[in-house]
Design a protein. Structure first.
Ligand code: C5P
Length: 228
């Protein structure tokens, strides 16, 4: 699946963008849009028939995350995330917010942000292990907590699937076609390479949202990812 990152500042730009598409999409609503518009943006997007990944990366003490997630559970979302750094108890408490619901969203964990470098991990955060080992440990913790998968770099998918099993979902940003601008992304792959690496969802923002023709850019990326 291709998830379009709706990194827009307001409702008007978001809805104008979505109205160009005449098929159901997977879209990602992040902190900018959610905090700017409030929860009503979820209802507005849902009315257009799209699937929503709410990317708020919850991270606090277990009880607070559980209470916050209970509020998010009232929204009609299809995927939501927490930070794996909050630990196994925090992640499993987050899941309990959906107890008793017929239609539960996929709950996934952020491993290490792609803005965190090995240098930062070692010298700023005094973490004595390697980035790869840290990412795998976060993924194993998320699995133990009962989560459905993780957000990670496409380059980490293979190791995560080996450690956590092929059913464990990976959601990967950092995707560019060869013809696209790299922007500020560092470790990138093409949609086709992401498929070969075995990821389930790719998250793509600017190559679609900033394209002259967003619908054809989306179709091209989807085609490349699906291997059609
Ligand atoms: O425009 P672009 O395709 O780079 O957008 C990628 C999206 O994925 C953005 O919303 C960005 O915040 C998000 N993301 C990321 N790297 C991560 C986690 C999330 O690029 N590690």
């Amino acid at each position: 699946m291709v998830i379009i990152a709706l990194d827009f500042p307001n409702k008007e730009e978001t809805i104008n963008f979505l109205k160009k598409f005449d098929e159901p999409l997977w879209v990602k609503v992040g902190m900018e849009l959610f905090y700017g518009c409030g929860p009503s943006i979820i209802t507005d997007i849902k009315k257009l028939g799209h699937h929503i990944f709410l990317d708020l990366k919850l991270h606090d003490i277990p009880n607070t995350v559980k209470s916050a997630m209970k509020n998010l559970a009232k929204l009609d979302i299809d995927m939501v995330n927490v930070h794996a750094k909050g630990g196994i108890k925090m992640m499993s408490e987050a899941l309990t917010a959906f107890d008793g619901m017929d239609k539960k969203p996929l709950v996934i964990a952020v491993t290490e942000l792609t803005s965190t470098s090995q240098e930062m991990l070692s010298n700023e955060l005094l973490c004595s292990t390697t980035m790869e080992k840290m990412v795998i440990k976060h993924a194993l913790n998320a699995k133990e907590a009962g989560l459905n998968g993780v957000v990670c770099s496409p380059l980490e998918v293979k190791a995560i699937k080996e450690a956590c099993g092929s059913d464990f979902i990976t959601v990967t940003p950092g995707i560019r076609l060869k013809s696209n601008s790299v922007d500020d992304q560092v470790r990138i792959t093409t949609p086709a390479d992401a498929r070969v690496l075995g990821t389930n969802f790719i998250v793509v923002g600017r190559p679609i949202t900033k394209a002259e023709d967003p619908v054809s850019a989306y179709k091209q990326i989807k085609k490349d990812f699906m291997g059609e």
